[in-house]
Design a binder for this molecule. Structure first.
Ligand code: ADP
Length: 480
């Protein structure tokens, strides 16, 4: 056991300011199989307790001055930075990403806490010119109430802070259900929240039976908003379940990101962008390039440069220095990647590099590039969520845009071109919530992150990120 994060290790859930439950569900390191800890297997009853604790804490928390809430959030942020190395190592052993990426995630995740601590003071209402004499129209913003947050394993830290920080900043209280693969990072955040001085019940964490916890969070009328990041399938289920109590729902779901390289692109920049966008987190992000569309004139040159970079990626245990690719999260994730590659090869794709399970065993997979990929292959329509770069060939801009938009998803899209008119035109025509133009890394706390179509509802980060947790109230003041 890595000693460095021992002080942050918790094997109980945080409910109403108490650490509760018996260690039950095992958590292990995907790179080595080493056992890390067990966490409680909670269900509906404990989730109800957490919701009630959050409900009880709401009046006092929302009644604080914005400045007072901001001060606690800032302390939480500072503690995250003070424990950055422990948090990073914990993330790497829990989910496998290389340590450099885990460190990056701590900075990225903590930045949301800092940003929303500052934003807490800027929840402005408005006054509207009255339509009648002797009256005034005033619009105020108020916290929605208890928020249920369900988070995935691919960013065990940042997906929690991105949801929870804006909710807490505006005065909501939260119940977090982390992914079963990565509960320890979530519980570590709970330990730091406790140290930061959040009052009991403001920040609760429940681990265990996803279906039961999700059922309670969505059915319980005390929960007023559900915020979820994960698969489209579960997102739709939660939206359906939330209908009976008409909750506000924000969803960050799957993507099928196109990455378009036009003939006039800076090819070296495009290759760097493709590597970072495709292979970051071993391809396990919802904004990872899923379809790489390359224009005819540069197809072969781009493929050759990409293959050279991908073949050199170092695969291994994320704790080892210099490793750029860790294992996939679990066997199911690995199987999907393997199936996608097999399907593409069976339908005529050409393997340029990689293509199979890595000699390291477990859930390691070789970073892969496929050429001559066509729309009939599964990699074209499904999110691979793994280290596989499929190269499609196109001739015209119209063809590329039609193919890029021809998906029910609409989260992130990327393209490379040096023609300013094209940059503008293509950006406007892409049906996606996020566009990276000549850029492969688009996530930042200052910009609104989110998708259109079946990729989700709502935005996270930026000044817009608080809106998911606010209600508008309009007062007509008469008799003046
Ligand atoms: P992935 O395929 O990436 O694991 P999921 O959508 O299955 O994506 O998981 C994202 C989060 O949703 C996890 O915290 C998971 O436990 C949770 N989850 C899965 N199924 C349900 C469900 N039926 N109700 C509520 N949460 C669920």
């Amino acid at each position: 056991m890595d000693q460095i994060f021992k002080s942050l290790l918790r094997d109980r859930c945080l409910i109403g300011g108490e650490w509760r439950g018996e260690p039950a569900l095992p958590v292990s390191n995907p790179a080595t199989g080493a056992f890390l800890a067990r966490v409680p297997n909670f269900g509906r009853l404990e989730t109800r307790d957490a919701i009630e604790a959050a409900h009880k804490a709401f009046p006092a928390w929302s009644g604080l001055l914005a400045k007072e809430r901001a001060a606690i959030l800032k302390r939480w942020h500072n503690l995250q930075l003070a424990h950055a190395e422990s948090l990073a190592r914990l993330m790497t052993v829990e989910m496998g990403k290389p340590l450099a990426e885990s460190r990056g995630e701590v900075s990225y995740g903590a930045a949301f806490v800092e940003f929303f601590a500052e934003e807490a003071k800027r929840i402005y209402g408005e006054t509207v010119p009255s339509p009648r004499k002797g009256g005034r129209v005033i619009v105020m913003k108020q916290p929605i109430g208890v928020v249920g947050a369900i988070t995935p394993w691919n960013f065990p830290f940042a997906m929690i802070t991105r949801k929870v920080a804006p909710a807490l900043a505006v005065g909501c209280t939260v119940v977090v259900k982390p992914a079963p693969d990565t509960p320890l990072t979530a519980l570590a955040l709970g330990a730091l929240a406790e140290q930061a001085g959040f009052p009991p019940g403001v920040f609760n964490i429940v681990t265990g039976d996803a279906e039961a916890i999700g059922a309670e969070l969505t059915a319980n009328p005390l929960v007023r908003a559900i915020t979820f990041t994960g698969s489209t399938r579960v997102g739709k289920l939660l939206m359906r379940q939330s209908a009976d109590t008409v909750k506000k729902v924000s969803l960050e779901l799957g993507g099928n990101a196109p990455f378009i390289v036009f003939d006039d692109a800076d090819l070296d920049r495009a290759v760097e962008g493709a590597v970072i966008s495709k292979f970051r987190n071993m391809g396990q992000t919802c904004v990872c390039a899923n379809r790489i569309l390359v224009q005819d004139g540069v197809y072969d040159a781009f493929a050759a440069k990409l293959v050279a970079r991908v073949a050199a990626l170092r695969v291994g245990d994320g704790l080892q220095a210099g490793v750029e690719q860790g294992p996939l999260i679990n066997e199911a994730g690995l199987k999907k990647v393997e199936d996608h590659v097999a399907d593409a090869l069976a339908k005529g794709a050409r393997l340029l590099v990689g293509g199979k399970r890595h000699a390291l065993g477990r859930t390691f997979f070789e970073p892969t590039v496929l050429a001559d990929v066509t729309p009939e292959m599964r990699v074209a329509t499904e999110e691979t969520f793994g280290p596989v770069a499929p190269l499609f060939r196109f001739k015209t801009e119209d063809e590329a845009i039609a193919f890029a938009n021809g998906t029910p998803y609409g989260l992130a899209a990327y393209f490379y071109s040096r023609d300013v008119a094209r940059v503008w035109r293509v950006t406007e025509r892409l049906e996606f919530g996020i566009v990276g133009a000549n850029e492969g890394i688009i996530s930042t706390e200052v910009a609104p992150f989110g998708g259109v179509k079946e990729s989700g509802l709502g935005r996270e980060g930026s000044r817009h990120g608080v809106e998911e947790f606010l209600e508008l109230k309009y007062m007509y003041l008469g008799g003046l």
